[in-house]
Design a protein around this ligand. Structure first.
Ligand SMILES: Cc1cc2nc3c(=O)[nH]c(=O)nc-3n(C[C@H](O)[C@H](O)[C@H](O)COP(=O)(O)OP(=O)(O)OC[C@H]3O[C@@H](n4cnc5c(N)ncnc54)[C@H](O)[C@@H]3O)c2cc1C
Length: 596
């Protein structure tokens, strides 16, 4: 998937799609337990079957309203949260509730779910249960919709840019390839009944080990849900399945003169982008993905299907469920359709690469551009090692000065671009810039920009050994603190003696350190990340501007937001996913002993 994105980016023909063949070979499954997480859910397969037939009958609000057989009149998924979390039963006791319904894994009267109040989820990952599930999945998807090949399973969990904690040992037990919302709902119902945890998989470009299959989860790979369902040209919106890549979407939209701005790693797909709350280089001008999602179709942890919102640009109808799922890293529900806002395709995009004697000179210039509110299309920083890696990688056909540089995008009429370029040149001159490369036409500009978009892969060439691991920071701070944060990051990187580079979406105050380490240097690398993040928090910033929390940053979320805020997130998690099935242990811990 990443390779195909690179091909799109580098304009190479796509490879033939690989057929995934089901083989009932034995696997080294880990023995699991069969205990339900809580008694309220020790339902027989009969009641689970009842859920199955309900879940496959309809979509949207209808499915939600029939949830739990009319135990309460449905008013949407938020009530479902309250119901599971015990909040609803406290507010409105319902004599018709089954004896155990509404019992919580924690206290029923508190607003938050502290970790100690939550019982660790119990899964059944026994060989026989997985084999049984595999047969049911084949019944739903046919044989080529289920894959148990070892290499494919490993690749869904651990990547060069985001290794799983135990590397190849953390891998899904099975991969399934649904094509419709109904397929996803039925797969999830099987997992719910069999107590099998689940991880969604999109383009596989995410960081922070959010894809790591630490329990041997079932992987739902959305690559076959890659259809653009409706383009509403006059309304400036589009409805897509989650497996659509944003690069391909923009190729299609360009024919209509339209554009979807968020641009994370090449290869990313809409479902993964929404799940990560991503942004990218265009966020300085256009905002992050949350600003571009109008509504979602979501499969919840028991297979219920909901629609979060209709298509108008504004709505104040109830709680904002759409935003709840954006950035939830597949822990609250699975996105199976998304309606996205569009804008008109920018005209006349031009790119400049401006190099400076030091990173601080580059940052000072960037801060001035932000403070002048220049409406640039993008404002990016790459340090000297980043530029060296780009030259070395061969992903880009241009040669660059191996000095700290700002990559800038200009959009608009010739006059608008010329005016902005003049202002930028003046600021750059005042900051002692060394060179100013300007893409005079679209082709040259695209060639310069390619260097920026393939930078993370270029950075991989900094590894001294192929087995070196990657660790990154993703601080975002108020712009007035940017120079300080970049200075501290660079200083600590230099002091550590580790190989690394510093870059970022400086227009948004978002800075990344990319660090490579061997096993002996692991502690040093983690200490460096921790110190930089602590500094970012002190600067009133966040430890993650765009990459998400995953496993890597999970425990540091408390440093940033406090225990009570994290306990509130856990409350939402156990409310929507009481068995802890969806991407378990990511974003918030469900058990103190979990790895990662
Ligand atoms: C070279 C490179 C550059 C990058 N640059 C940026 C950048 O500039 N800005 C930025 O924000 N990020 C960047 N990233 C990170 C990455 O591209 C983003 O996090 C992206 O949003 C991930 O999308 P994906 O489709 O690859 O998701 P995946 O990696 O497949 O999955 C990400 C998460 O989403 C969940 N998920 C996937 N599909 C669904 C679904 N349908 N429903 C619910 N959950 C789902 C997964 O379980 C996982 O937790 C970069 C990565 C690389 C490799």
């Amino acid at each position: 998937m990443v390779q195909s994105a690179l091909r799109t980016l580098l304009r190479c023909p796509p490879a033939r799609p690989r057929l995934c063949v089901y083989r009932a070979q034995s696997r080294s499954g880990r023995a699991g337990h069969c205990h339900p997480w809580r008694r309220a859910f020790s339902d027989s397969s009969e009641s689970a079957t009842a859920t199955t037939s309900r879940g496959s009958q309809g979509t949207g609000a209808e499915g939600t309203e029939h949830f739990l057989g009319g135990v309460f009149v449905g008013t949407g998924a938020v009530l479902t949260v309250l119901y599971y979390s015990g909040g609803l039963s406290a507010l409105e006791p319902n004599p018709k509730q089954p004896e155990d319904a509404g019992r919580d894994i924690g206290s029923t009267s508190t607003s938050t779910s502290p970790l100690e109040s939550v019982s660790a989820p119990q899964y059944d990952l026994s060989e026989s249960n997985i084999l049984g599930a595999q047969q049911e999945f084949v019944g739903i998807l046919s044989a080529d919709g289920v894959d148990d090949t070892l290499s494919a399973r490993i690749a869904r969990s651990s990547t060069d840019w985001s290794p799983a904690p135990r590397g190849e040992l953390d891998r899904p037990c099975l991969i399934v390839y649904p094509q419709t919302t109904d397929d996803v709902s039925r797969i999830v119902q099987v997992c719910h009944r069999r107590r099998l945890p689940i991880i969604a998989f999109g383009g596989g470009t995410s960081l922070e080990a959010t894809l790591a299959a630490i329990h041997g989860e079932v992987c739902i790979d959305f690559r076959r849900m890659n259809r653009v369902l409706e383009v509403h040209e006059r309304d400036l919106d589009v409805t897509v399945q989650p497996g659509v890549s944003y690069l391909e979407l923009n190729e299609l939209l360009a024919r209509h003169g339209l554009f979807f701005p968020p641009d994370p790693g090449p290869g990313a797909q809409i479902g993964g982008m929404i799940a990560q709350g991503c942004s990218g280089t265009s966020a300085y001008r256009h905002g992050t993905v949350k600003d571009w999602v109008l509504g979602l179709t979501v499969v919840l942890a028991d297979g219920t299907v909901i629609k979060t919102r209709r298509r108008p640009k504004k709505s104040s109808a109830g709680y904002d469920l759409t935003r709840l799922f954006v950035g939830s890293e597949g822990t609250l529900g699975l996105v199976t359709e998304a309606t996205l806002k569009l804008t008109s395709k920018p005209d006349n995009v031009r790119v400049a690469v401006v190099s400076f004697p030091t990173v601080q000179h580059a940052v000072d210039a960037a801060v001035q551009m932000v403070q002048k509110s220049l409406p640039l299309g993008a404002l990016e920083l790459l340090d000297g090692p980043s530029m060296r890696a780009i030259n070395r990688s061969g992903y880009c056909h241009k040669d660059f000065d191996e000095a700290p540089a700002l990559f800038l995008k200009f959009e608009g009429s010739d006059a608008v671009v010329a005016e902005q370029v003049d202002v930028v040149r003046a600021i750059a001159r005042d900051a002692d810039c060394r060179s100013f490369q300007f893409g005079k036409d679209q082709e040259e500009s695209d060639a310069l920009w390619q260097a920026r978009k393939t930078m993370l892969w270029s950075l991989m060439t900094l590894k001294r050994d192929p087995d070196d691991k990657f660790l990154g920071t993703d601080l975002a701070v108020p712009i007035s603190r940017l120079a300080q944060v970049v200075e501290v990051t660079n200083r600590k990187l230099a002091e550590s003696g580790l190989v690394g580079a510093c870059c970022g979406h400086v227009g948004d105050g978002n800075v990344h350190a990319a660090i490579f380490y061997n096993p002996a240097e692991k502690e040093k690398a983690e200490k460096l990340v921790l110190e930089v993040e602590q500094f970012g928090i002190q600067a009133d910033g966040t430890i993650t501007g765009e990459h998400g929390i995953g496993l890597e940053k999970r425990d540091r979320l408390i440093d940033e937001l406090g225990v009570d805020a994290v306990d509130t997130m856990r409350r939402l998690k156990v409310g929507l996913d009481p068995l802890g099935l969806l991407n378990p242990e990511k974003v918030v811990r469900l058990s103190p002993a979990s790895r990662g």
